[in-house]
Design a protein around this ligand. Structure first.
Ligand SMILES: [Zn+2]
Ligand SMILES: [Zn+2]
Length: 133
C-alpha cells in the first residue's frame, strides 16, 4: 500500500511529495555527500522517480559526478535529491528533508571508505566500503 510523503527544504521554498514506502534507504558516508550537505553522513531514501513531484518552488541542480545530479534549494542550500543516470527509475531523497524523517527504515551504511575516523557506527546494519550493489 502506498502513502504520500511530503517534505521540503529548510526555508520552505521547495516543497515536494513522493509515494512511499521507500524501496531502499541507507546512510552514505561519501565525500560528495559530506560536502553537499555540510554533514559527516547523509541518510537517503529511494523512491520511484515518477512519483516525485514538486508542490512549491523550484530546485537548482548540480552535476556532482558523471551521471549524478543533486537537487538543492537555491535559497537555503538544503540538499534534497540525488539522481543517477544508471538508476533511471529511482530518485533518492534526503531523509532529513521529509516531514517525517522517521518513516524510512535505514538498511545499510555505504561508502564507508570515506567515513570520518571520529564517527563510530553504533548499529548492526551492513557496512559497504563502496556502494551496496
Ligand atoms: Zn530552502
Ligand atoms: Zn554519498
Amino acid at each position: 500500500m502506498t502513502e504520500t510523503l511530503a517534505g521540503g527544504c529548510f526555508c520552505g521554498t521547495v516543497r515536494f511529495e513522493v509515494e512511499g514506502p521507500e524501496t531502499f534507504a541507507c546512510f552514505c558516508h561519501c565525500r560528495s555527500c559530506q560536502r553537499a550537505a555540510g554533514a559527516p553522513v547523509v541518510a537517503w531514501a529511494t523512491y520511484l522517480r515518477n512519483t516525485f513531484r514538486l508542490t512549491h518552488g523550484e530546485m537548482q541542480s548540480i552535476r556532482s559526478s558523471p551521471g549524478v545530479t543533486r537537487g538543492f534549494c537555491a535559497r537555503c542550500g538544503s540538499s534534497i535529491t540525488y539522481e543517477h543516470a544508471k538508476r533511471g527509475d529511482d530518485i533518492d531523497i534526503t531523509v532529513s528533508c521529509l516531514d517525517d524523517p522517521s518513516a524510512p527504515a535505514l538498511k545499510a551504511h555505504i561508502w564507508t571508505e570515506d567515513k570520518q575516523p571520529w564517527l563510530t557506527i553504533g548499529d548492526d546494519l551492513p557496512v559497504y566500503e563502496k556502494n551496496s550493489g
